[in-house]
Write a protein that binds this ligand. Structure first.
Ligand code: AMP
Length: 183
């Protein structure tokens, strides 16, 4: 039986890197809404054209769009035996939609990558992606704090939240995640 996992944490916490490593190690698909959206943007699909400006501003793409994307992705054969979600859900509405979709085989563990705010700002300035102007970074952090951070309490209430210190090398943080999943 595969695992049904979710990695959460502020933008720049190293979620994407850790999610890729972890999904590969466990042999489950890495489902990243950010990657799916960037793919639409680069292929200039209608969705991509709509999402581009939103992403460049560091805002959230409308719930119904990302929910439809994830619903489709999780219905594919390879996700039946487990998945690692990265960057979704980001709002309470998305979390409710996900809970409904996976009602029969709910999320097992939510890993919260903990990184303090000064470190986050440093990392975001350093990583230099297209959508990484200072204004975008600030807005992305604000959006995270107001819309996404409340989900940590939601998953804590469900008894499935695990906190992992996100400070350190990629290998150190990965080791902590693996240890946490083995508990
Ligand atoms: P990420 O790679 O996860 O940091 O996502 C990059 C950008 O894609 C975000 O800043 C949002 O604009 C958009 N995005 C990704 N996932 C979601 C989501 N679940 N809901 C809304 N927007 C999203």
């Amino acid at each position: 039986m595969g695992r049904r996992l979710l990695l959460v944490g502020p933008p720049g916490a190293g979620k994407g890197t850790q999610a890729q490593l972890l999904a590969k190690a466990i042999g489950i698909p890495h489902v990243s809404t950010g990657e799916m959206l960037r793919d639409h943007v680069s292929r200039e699909t209608p969705l991509g054209k709509r999402a581009r400006a939103i992403m460049e501003a560091g805002d959230l793409v409308p719930d119904e769009i990302v929910i439809a994307m994830v619903t489709e992705r999780l219905a594919e054969d390879d996700a039946v035996c487990g998945f690692l979600l990265d960057g979704f859900p980001r709002t309470a509405v998305q979390a409710e939609a996900l809970a409904e979709q996976v009602a029969e085989a709910p999320l097992e563990i939510v890993i919260n990558l903990d990184v303090d705010e000064d470190e986050i700002v440093k990392r975001n300035v350093a990583r230099g992606r297209d959508d990484d102007t200072e204004e975008t970074i600030r807005n992305r952090l604000l959006v995270y704090r107001t819309q996404t951070e409340p989900l940590i309490a939601y998953y804590e209430d469900h008894g499935i939240l695990r906190r992992v210190d996100g400070l350190g090398t990629v290998e150190e943080v990965f080791g902590r995640i693996v240890a946490e999943l083995a508990r």
